[in-house]
Design a protein around this ligand. Sequence first.
Ligand code: LLP
Length: 433
Amino acid sequence: ISADQINAAGHLMIGGCDAVDLAAQYGTPLVVYDVSQIRQQIRAFQRVFAKNQVDYTVSYASKAFAAVAMYQVVNQEGAHIDVVSGGEMYTALKAGFPLAHASFHGNNKSYDELVMAVKNHIGVVVVDNFHEIDLLNRVLEELDANVQVMLRITPGISAHTNKYIQTGQVDSKFGFDLESGQADQALEKVQASPRMTMIGLHAHIGSQIFEVAGFEGVANKLVAVADHWQKQFGYRARVINVGGGFGIRYVKDDQPLRPEEFVDAIIKAIKKAVAGTNLGQPAIWIEPGRSIAGPAGYNLYTVGSRKDLPGLKSYVTVDGGMGDNIRPALYQAQYETVLASDPQAPLKEHVRLAGKYCESGDILSQDQALPATKPGDILATLDTGAYGYAMASNYNRNPRPAVVFAENGHSQVVIKRESYDDLVHLDRPYEGK
Ligand code: LLP
């Protein structure tokens, strides 16, 4: 929390709005995005490419947080998106997002999803496997359509990150394997299809990566494959897509590079690698999700019950938990949480910050330093914008929180809080005998 995020009352400000007021106005648990921070992150990535005069696309990985309002903001900033489901595509369409600026990912895209993508003029289908090549060919025949494709390669690089979110290692469910020749076969199949235009290669090595080494590795690998394809098959790749995964700072010990440092290193690595080939300078595409949505998001909670144990850490419980942020329970992810009414108050104790869900693992933080708190106080967990609301659930039949966008002192609900009626909306009484 920087000094300019604290107002005259000493309260935390989000997008120019007082966080304590937001909690009072919209209720808690509440997810709030500082919209200007989303814009700044997108621009930070774009700026480096522009400065280096390379053809580029910054594609927001919308799985990090997908909502009509989010797609609108991303579109306003001139960024593209990647989508991984019919639901994300549908939401983007509802937002008026041009699907020509979307890449469609996934290791098991359905027939219906491919039809939806092709009918809505998807920009690129990132083809993941042989089954998909056949399915997509069938869809294109039936719709008498054409589509641009990229091939997703498994680069054989494992980034140093939590094992549940690394994707680039050889033993992975995503993409075509290189060593066994599958990627070459995939290229031949796609080239043989008159309805697919192959524009380049894609790989994604994982998420929450702090260093450039993995990205340099994947850049080199993709250029090497492109070079091999040009020599062997006479195919010249126009696009090198190195995926996403740029890490963000959740807690003090996290020391990720800045967007510009990641992008700089990727550009340099690709320029250097293509220098020894006849590929020319390909366009460079990246797919940041977490680094665009994460730092902009805040989860606001109200403090409720407390349990003190002799000789052990106390439990301080809030009105949300694993239903609105499952990352601590799922990945042992760490966050910083502050008292919204006084983010810089002297810290008094280390507690376990617990959620309200009926599960012992529903602990938002095992070791949270806090000032003295009392029931009714508002806590703000920082940097929750990526894979927070996006992975929210109705566990215990708790309604999912509202999402508010705040910018320049204005705030507005962009996803309504679920009501109890919403929770039973799809339920039907059993009429069996
Ligand atoms: N591109 C592809 C093909 C991906 O699979 C992903 C993330 C991204 C881009 C964006 O990665 P990012 O820049 O957000 O790191 N639920 C996990 C993260 C899963 C990431 C899945 N793929 C978490 O909460 O940490």
